[in-house]
Design a binder for this molecule. Structure first.
Ligand code: ATP
Ligand code: MG
Ligand code: MG
Length: 587
């Protein structure tokens, strides 16, 4: 809600919008094309459309803008709807541009009859000639009319029907709107309304090729040989659905003129198109083609790889939907394009996690410490709060004569800048009554790595530092073994998108570090049972059996924020690092 406070669409608030006949509330729509997975930028569009409607007591639809069967696939329809649900929004209705193909076809005929469109056969004026007619790109040369612009209405009508009937193949015919070539706005230079997607009738050479699939629509099959363009479809479907506010990004600002022109020419209800700035992200790539390239080259595993910024990747990485929404909400809404670095994004996520997730002990690279002097069967249950916030409660973990600590918390020799365990110095184990002092250690002669530490258990000392630990206690099945994936930025520079040697040249070779022998304390069981915990915005109470792993989130004390990865199974735990505890200076 807060994102609309500072004058977003203030013009809208002054200009009382008129709904379609019979529509007395605000109606918006989120209109993705089902040709890919949504990314972080889309979450702004989702938040604006659903949020604006809610703010004004109205409703929002999810509309699949499925007018190009060559690029659309069933899996994207499902993924889009799932991720909107995950973000916590429920469309009042799910619609498809393809629901309106019959009506759009009728409207196209009507437009021809009103002398608002004409059919172009491209055998003679080629596509490049159309570009020339439109001023040769950015209006560099004088514009001129197509030779078909003034052909008789009846002829255009007959040819339009022939176009749907299979007389022409792709790029052999177009229906163009008859707008205003004198206008300064390129969106008025006779935009295309319909194009042919299926091969020409009887063209068997094309029917055999994989390309022939291009004409088969996921919902309407092979019924349509011709498909309406974005410019023709968007405003008319908005109109047919009684959308009051058609909110879109500022690249469509010039399209507002053609949007209005088409509705007015057909004398149909005209919604208000209004624009807001895109959310761009630096330090990563969002384009489908580039992500595909990263997958094909093995730099990431799939579209939901936690190093990417698709919404399915952010979800898998463990970013809570509430954190994402408060990030987007914090950006506010205006016409300005916002470019955010991934560090700022992570900082926002970190702030959200700090207050909302429980804390557990995770040891990434364990070394066993034998506490000499404690009896072999020594067992003490230590109570540890889940958070600084008492409402999180606490759990009990076993403390025994052998504990694991992180390799990073031990050094073979003491030094002034190191405040953890070294031979002869002592360190506290979090919430354990007395500190331990290292007495000796063993090393592997080949690797030179420390394999075992001996320590004694002492009375407390002044100014003790505390480290995390996990007990070796088979009767409690402690520790829980885990493989931990630490994700670093995928690129070594902030502008991979525009890097002169190409984005693949700046892929970070250390974008994923794996700790295969990590350990987690048994408090994980309770965190799993009760996750997401506490409920964050957008997350519904879920049944244990269908709980999605990514909602099992916690802070590994002194280490990082983690969530369970979907690669986990009953016997093996895989964790993703969501974000580090503090901003990391190294990449
Ligand atoms: P992309 O090319 O990045 O996939 P798109 O424009 O093809 O984006 P659509 O499926 O058409 O994606 O997008 C659905 C809606 O989301 C549109 O209204 C579009 O304007 C909006 N949108 C897309 N990218 C962004 C972004 N980076 N910031 C804000 N809104 C966006
Ligand atoms: Mg898209
Ligand atoms: Mg688009």
């Amino acid at each position: 809600e807060f994102m609309f406070r500072n004058g977003f669409l203030s013009e809208v608030n002054n200009e009382k919008p008129l709904g379609a006949p019979g529509v007395d509330q605000i109606i918006t729509r989120f209109p993705p094309e089902p040709n890919g997975f949504l990314h972080l930028g889309h979450s702004k569009a989702i938040a604006i459309n659903f949020g604006f409607a809610k703010h004004h007591g109205g409703i929002c639809y999810l509309r699949y803008d499925d007018t190009n069967p060559a690029k659309e696939e069933e899996k994207y329809f499902t993924a889009i709807s799932d991720i909107i649900q995950w973000l916590g929004f429920t469309p009042v209705k799910v619609t498809y541009s393809s629901d309106y193909f019959n009506r759009l076809y009728k409207l196209a005929e009507d437009l021809i009859r009103r002398d608002g469109a004409y059919l172009v056969n491209l055998f003679s004026p080629s596509e490049s000639e159309i570009a020339l007619q439109r001023g040769g790109g950015k209006g560099a040369t004088p514009r001129f009319a197509c030779s078909h612009r003034n052909r008789p209405i009846e002829e255009s009508l007959a040819e339009f029907r022939a176009m749907q009937d299979g007389k022409y193949g792709p790029q052999e015919a177009l229906l163009r709107m008859k707008q205003d070539l004198e206008s300064e706005n390129p969106q008025m230079w006779d935009l295309t309304a319909y194009r042919v997607i299926q091969p020409k009738r009887g063209d068997t050479s094309k029917e055999e090729t994989p390309d022939s699939k291009a004409g088969i629509h996921y919902r309407t099959g092979d019924k349509w040989r011709i498909y309406p363009t974005y410019d023709f479809t968007h405003c008319l479907v908005d109109s047919l659905e009684g959308i009051t506010h058609s909110l879109c990004t500022t690249e469509f600002e010039q399209s507002r003129t053609s949007y209005n022109w088409l509705c007015d020419k057909l004398e149909v209800y005209r919604p208000m198109q209004r624009e807001y700035g895109r959310l761009n992200l630096s330090g990563t790539v969002l384009s489908k083609r580039k992500i595909m390239n990263l997958i094909e080259n093995g730099h990431v595993r799939d579209w939901d790889d936690p190093r990417l910024y698709t919404l399915i990747a952010l979800r898998r990485r463990g970013i809570p939907p509430g954190a994402l929404l408060s990030f987007v909400g914090g950006l506010g809404v205006s016409k300005a394009t916002t470019t955010i670095g991934i560090k700022r994004f992570e900082q926002s996520i970190r702030q959200h996690l700090e207050l909302t997730v429980p804390r557990l002990m995770v040891v990434l690279d364990p070394i066993p410490v034998i506490i000499d002097g404690l009896p072999n069967d020594y067992l003490e249950m230590v109570e540890i709060p889940f958070s600084k916030d008492p409402k999180f409660g606490s759990r009990h973990v076993p403390f025994t004569g052998t504990v694991y600590i992180d390799r990073a918390d031990f050094r073979e020799t003491a030094s002034e800048d190191f405040f953890r365990l070294t031979p002869g110095t002592s360190v506290g184990l979090l919430k354990v009554p007395f500190p331990i002092t290292a007495t000796s250690f063993e090393k592997d002669s080949d690797s030179g790595l420390v394999t075992l530490i001996h320590a004694k258990y002492d009375k407390p000392e002044e100014g003790t530092n505390y480290i995390h630990w996990i007990s070796d206690c088979p009767s409690f099945n402690s520790p829980i073994k885990a493989s931990v994936r630490i994700h670093n930025p995928l690129f070594t520079c902030d502008n991979p998108d525009t890097h002169p040697s190409g984005f693949l040249s700046v892929v970070n070779p250390r974008s994923e570090e794996v700790f295969p022998g990590a350990m987690v304390e048994i408090g994980l069981h309770e965190v799993r049972r009760t996750a997401p915990w506490p409920k964050s915005e957008g997350e519904k109470e879920s049944e244990d059996s269908q709980k999605s792993p990514d909602c099992v989130r916690f802070q590994g004390m002194r280490v990082a924020y983690f969530c369970l990865d979907r690669d986990s199974s009953a016997g093996s735990i895989v964790l993703n690092r969501i974000v580090s505890l503090k901003e990391d200076s190294k990449k």
